[in-house]
Design a protein. Structure first.
Length: 308
């Protein structure tokens, strides 16, 4: 019996010792944790106080936090199969060359709708080109239907068109020849921006007409046929399509498959003996005044390709 009591007393003593040990360990852990959290809190407060006086530091923290949040959002979106939330741009619509045809004047809207059906292109971007043709045509003192007719014949309203000799964009301007004109629009890649190409093309056209002295001959300069016997009917087709566009703008119900009826070319004034020059002399020493015309010829694929 005595041995059993001794064993029980030993067990009770061990239990008390273990309890004391556990309480001491728990109390120490609590003190350490409490002090650690207090130190961490003090560190956070110190960082906040320090950062409050450093605008650059605050900006960096905000930037990193924003990037982290965006990264988390993108990861969740991709996991959910939502690609557009990752690549979408709310400002992308500002780059679109488009306008609601309902915002155009009556004649502009009629022309835009007719071109849209005739050339199978969307009315909204065509509406913007029509709007721009009217605006820049007023500045350049050129009929807007002429500008639109050139785009129709040159590229069929394809802003990414390129000829075999490098004429580019809506109005098929030779970018490498007129690269200086594109500097006002940020560089030669603006040749594929519809409005920039239109504006540069109008400048080239205006220069050609001024150089040639008439619309018909200006179109021959524009296509690169100023020094050739024939322009392949180019000027006639442009003026024929312009006549169609004028009729539509005036309110006529013209079918979309209306033919292009080229007007007869103007009669040429015969050369007098005093104005004639020997062909050999012309071949050996081209006049300096012809240089702009030679450059203008490069503004169209007709310069080095069969005339259209």
């Amino acid at each position: 019996m005595k041995a059993i009591e001794t064993l029980r007393a030993t067990q009770r003593a061990c239990a008390r010792s273990l309890g004391v040990f556990a309480r001491d360990v728990g109390r120490g852990f609590f003190e350490i944790s409490h002090n650690t959290l207090a130190l961490l809190g003090l560190a956070v407060v110190a960082v906040v106080i320090f950062g409050a006086g450093r605008a650059d530091l605050r900006a960096q923290v905000e930037l990193h936090a924003l990037q982290w949040l965006q990264g988390r959002q993108e990861t969740r979106a991709l996991e959910a199969g939502d690609l557009l939330s990752l690549v979408g741009e709310q400002a992308a619509v500002s780059r679109a060359t488009a306008v609601d045809p309902g915002q155009l004047s009556r004649e502009q809207a009629a022309v835009a709708q007719w071109i849209s059906r005739r050339y199978q292109v969307a009315p909204e971007p065509i509406g913007r080109l029509v709007q721009e043709a009217w605006a820049i045509g007023g500045h350049a003192k050129l009929d807007p239907t002429l500008i639109l007719a050139i785009m129709a014949i040159e590229s069929r309203f394809n802003p990414f068109a390129q000829s075999s000799v490098g004429a580019q964009g809506l109005m098929q301007v030779m970018t490498r020849v007129h690269d200086d004109k594109y500097q006002a629009f940020g560089g030669v890649h603006a040749a594929f921006d519809p409005l920039s190409n239109l504006r540069v093309g109008v400048q080239v056209l205006k220069d050609c007409i001024a150089r040639a002295g008439s619309l018909y001959d200006g179109l021959r300069y524009y296509v690169g046929a100023a020094n050739l016997v024939s322009d392949g009917g180019y000027a006639g087709r442009v003026m024929g399509e312009q006549a169609n566009l004028k009729a539509v703008a005036a309110g006529r119900k013209l079918p979309v498959n209306a033919p292009i009826v080229a007007p007869p070319p103007p009669e040429r004034e015969p050369l007098t003996a005093a104005r004639e020059q020997p062909q050999a002399e012309q071949a050996q020493a081209p006049a300096a005044a012809d240089k702009p015309a030679q450059l203008a010829q490069l503004a169209s694929p007709a310069a080095q390709a069969p005339l259209r």
